[in-house]
Design a protein around this ligand. Structure first.
Ligand SMILES: *Cc1c(COP(=O)(O)O)cnc(C)c1O
Length: 397
């Protein structure tokens, strides 16, 4: 397995040794605009000869706290640059808007973050961008490409079945086609487990709300890639105004310091939880890429250095069986989302897909009514497993 980033990287990568005021952490700078000494300084700023970062004339174009976090995330992802947004969806939608125009075509996979698909099919569709949905198989991309295809969007791993896309194949299918870019939402992987840019993926996006910030207390998103592509997203951010607040950036930057510690622990805990569940009589099926039974296990082993902190499983007894487990566990809180220090549990059929019929859920989005998504936090694995054991024991009665 490829080693990605270490805790030393998480603490230090992209962070200059000396900060303003000789502070240990990057100080947070709360300002909506920036002053100039005199008119000559404005001219120098406009001409690009002023030492201040070129964007920092007004808060919508840049902020030193956000900039520092962007540089650290770019260093962790191994990309030239990164740009922060107010949420993961702000990052995803701005990147897609920046790379497409009327008449273009976008390819995305059938297992895709629901709002990304909603945006591509409905919002982009309104602006004359067409799209195709392909099955979870990088080989399927080639057949869907047209002369108008500008973007292929994948996720690694996906929600909630933790499917993995073959990044090498994905990049190979995009190669040699003028203007075609690949984008991977690596929120579930984090740079600890997988760095898509190291496979040649053009743009890597994250909901920083999840693992990067890691404490369930802030929303944020980031787009990483070459300087040229990231600057397209940054310029559009200046127009759309979906900027990351410096206070949010400070929290994301603080969370990043413990990213590798947290994710390595979550990888180990989730694997132990998945192995426990797979042997349990009350469980029909477990989805975890670290298990040999997962359809993408071999691929995950080849392209990831850990399998993440989310385990999905189908409880016998359908809707009610899953509901009993969710309601009976004592440690995890019932909530959507994942990636933070607290364990969270939810039943996708109720949380995200309740308006569909059971048949639609099964056939259109592959969500079984008995499916539970369990996101481990940094709790002790034995405690989480004992808790699940008592909840599942009850569910059989
Ligand atoms: C949560 C999530 C998003 C959206 O991020 P927000 O910060 O909630 O806007 C996008 N993609 C994936 C894979 C996610 O899990």
């Amino acid at each position: 397995m490829k080693r990605n980033i270490t805790s030393t990287d998480a603490v230090h990568a992209g962070d200059p040794k000396k900060h303003a005021f000789d502070a240990v952490p990057q100080p947070a700078v709360f300002t909506s605009t920036y002053t100039f000494e005199d008119s000559a300084e404005i001219v120098a700023h406009t001409e690009g000869t002023h030492p201040r970062a070129d964007r920092e004339e007004y808060g919508r174009y840049g902020n030193p706290t956000c900039r520092a976090v962007e540089e650290r995330i770019a260093a962790l992802e191994g990309t030239e640059d990164a740009v922060l947004f107010s949420s993961g969806m702000a990052a995803v939608t701005t990147a897609i808007f920046a790379l497409t125009k009327r008449g273009d075509h976008v390819v995305l996979f059938s297992e895709c973050y629901r709002m990304t698909r909603e945006f591509v099919e409905h919002t982009l569709g309104k602006f004359g961008v067409t799209s195709s949905l392909v099955p979870m198989d990088a080989n399927a991309v080639t057949g869907a490409l047209t002369n108008e295809t500008k973007l292929v969007i994948g996720e690694m791993p996906t929600n909630p079945h933790l499917r993995c896309v073959d990044l090498e194949r994905l990049v190979a299918s995009c190669k040699g086609r003028r203007g075609l870019k690949s984008m991977v939402d690596a929120t579930f992987a984090t740079p600890v487990n997988c760095r898509p840019a190291s496979f040649g993926v053009d743009l890597v996006v994250h909901s920083a709300t999840k693992y990067l910030a890691g404490h369930h207390d802030v929303l944020g998103g980031v787009v990483c890639g070459t300087r040229a592509l990231v600057s397209l997203a940054r310029d559009l951010r200046g127009v759309l105004g979906n900027v990351c607040d410096p206070h949010a950036a400070f929290l994301i930057g603080r969370g990043l310091k413990t990213l590798a510690l947290r994710v390595e622990k979550q990888n180990a805990t989730a694997l132990a939880v998945a192995q426990f569940l797979e042997k349990h009589a009350a469980i029909e099926r477990v989805f975890y890429p670290g298990l040999p039974s997962h359809p993408d296990h071999a691929l995950a082993r080849a392209q990831m250095s850990g399998f993440g902190g989310v385990v999905s499983f189908v409880v016998r007894g359908g809707m009610d069986g899953a509901r009993r487990v969710v309601d009976r566990v004592a440690i995890p809180r019932i909530a959507p989302s994942f990636g933070g220090v607290d364990a969270l549990i939810e039943q996708p059929a109720v949380m995200s897909f309740y308006e569909m019929t059971p048949e639609e859920r099964r056939d259109k989005v592959g969500i079984d009514d008995g499916l539970v998504r369990f996101a481990v936090g940094i709790e002790e694995p034995d405690d989480l497993i004992a808790d699940l054991a008592q909840a599942l024991g009850e569910s059989q009665r």
